[in-house]
Each structure stands twice: as C-alpha cells, then as structure tokens.
Design a protein around this ligand. Sequence first.
Ligand code: 13P
Length: 344
Amino acid sequence: MSLTAELQRTITHIATAGKGILAADESSATVTKRFGALNIPCTEDTRRRWRDLLITTPNISQFIAGVILYDETLHQNALDNTPFPQKLTQLGILPGIKVDLGLVNLPNTKEEQVTQGLDKLGERLAAYYEKGARFAKWRAVYTVSDILPTPLAIKANAGMLAHYAALCQQNGIVPIVEPEVLLEGSHSLEQCAIASENVLHALFHALHRHKVVLEHIILKPAMVISGKSASPRANVEAVARATVTILRRTVPAAVSTINFLSGGQTPEEATAHLNAMHTLGVALPWNLSYSYARALQDDAMKTWLGKTENVAAAQKAFYRRAKLNSLAATGKYTAAMETEGSVA
Ligand code: 13P
C-alpha cells in the first residue's frame, strides 16, 4: 500500500461518525497522580491491568476507533499475553502512541512552555510503526492570562507541532496535532476564544509551511471555555457556540476530524459540551468528536479502585461513558441520560 493510501485508511477509520479516541497515554508520573488520588498502588503491573481493563471492555470498538498508548504499554502484553498493539488491532481499534517527551520552559518568556522530543523522532516513529502504531500524539500547552500566551510561545509551539506532523506523515503515521489551551486559570470565555484563535491561526500557517497534508491529520484542541476558577463560568451553549465559531474561522475543511481533549472538565461537562456543538444548527465541515483521557476514564477508575473483583463493574462504567460520548458526537445525547437506567 502507498504511504498516502495508508494514511488515508487510518484517517477514514478514526473519522467514523459516532466514534472517538481513548487517550490512555498518561506518563507513569501522571498515572501515579491519578491512581494516588484513589489510593491505587501504581506499579508496572497495575498500569498494565488498568489499560487491559479499558481495552478489553466488551464491544468498546463500537465507540472507540483508536487508543493512544504510552511507550510502556506499547511494549507490554495484555493479560491474555497478546502484545497490546496486536490486541487492539484484533479488536478493530487502531493503536496510537504518544511521542512527545514532555514540557520544558521556553527561555525569555514568563515560564511558558514548549514540548521536547524532535531529536531522532524520525527513527523513533519508524520503530513505532514496526510495533504497530498507526497514529501518534504531540501535545503543546498554552496558559491564558491577561498577557499570555505570548506571540513567541505561540510561534515556537506551532513550528514544533508542524515539524512533528510532517515527520509522522513521512513515516506512514497520522499525527494528532494537540495545541492545548489550558483550562487552569480565571480567564473568561472571551479571553480563551482570543487565545485559541491566535494559537490555531499560527498552527495552520506552520502546517502549511511544513507541507503537512491537512487531510491526514487529527486536530486535538481544547474547547473554548472559561477558566476553571473563573466566576461565573460560561454555560454549555456559550462554550459550544464559541468553540464552533473559533474552529470554523481557523480550521480548513480539508481536516477530516477534530477530536477534543477534556482538559479537566468533568465527564458530564465534556459530554454535554460536545453534544451541544452538534445541536447549534451551525454547519460543521469536519467530524467533531472526542479524544478524552480523564473524561472517559474517571467513572471507571473510581469503580475499579485497583481490585480484580471490580473489573466487570468498571468496564460497565467505561462502556456507558463511551456510549454517552458517542451519542454526543452525533448530537443525540441528553442530560437526562446521566440518570436514566436506559443507557447501560
Ligand atoms: P484529558 O482528556 O484528560 O485532558 O487528556 C487528553 C490528553 O490526551 C491530554 O494530552
């Protein structure tokens, strides 16, 4: 198969209406935090059991088209001893891999950050392809305040995201391009909208300069939302409207799928916001779906608590949340479904 045909096959699978991505690529340090909050011990084995629980949830491929893995998981076996990438492929789910190496401060800014990992990335991508990965992820972050993000941070991150995306496509891997405008802070919806528009505008210029094929990327942005400690917070309809407005201004229709991160929203908020974008009556030229970590995993992790006897109940919770998001990704979710017994 040609490189182009392979990238197209991957993007067609991911962009299926009503399906999304599970981000299960938390670094071991981040899993330690998430497990620690629930007193679950964090070891290589418990991380493996947690990822196995999610991936082997019966019929989850109805709602999940791809799973982003962390390097450790890509090299581990599922509990039935099948390597995780093969396990996913058998289930009709594409394996993806987080390839960035985390954040460092950007000199001459007020502690804004850039993302590391471009050195030898081509070689790493070729090795990940051999292991079965068909898409990758690189996350850049932007803080919002009265003076942030600065043009310097916006431009530096745009260039790195675009360079990474070009390297991915050269290696037969579809890049998830993730510019995360952070939820932390007390900024207003309007401030977030301005920051998001500037970030996306610069990003698509950089993707053009680096000759990235827009048809073969997945855009993973944050929603346009008021800061976590803003008072008052913007309501669901305002978030949906602002997000769709900014995306329509900045993201060409050649991009086939946009899959949001949840960024610290509650599972219910992340589902409601996504659904509302589909019910505004505004034309959406792209598939608009999810690539959540916390908003897909939280309910299930609280049920599991690291105990084998809770695995079936936790899988049920994960299935339910994935199904609600699948409904939201086609505008068929209602808040009443959060309490109804009808969605199991
Ligand atoms: P959250 O959905 O928890 O924000 O995580 C998504 C992700 O992949 C962040 O990089």
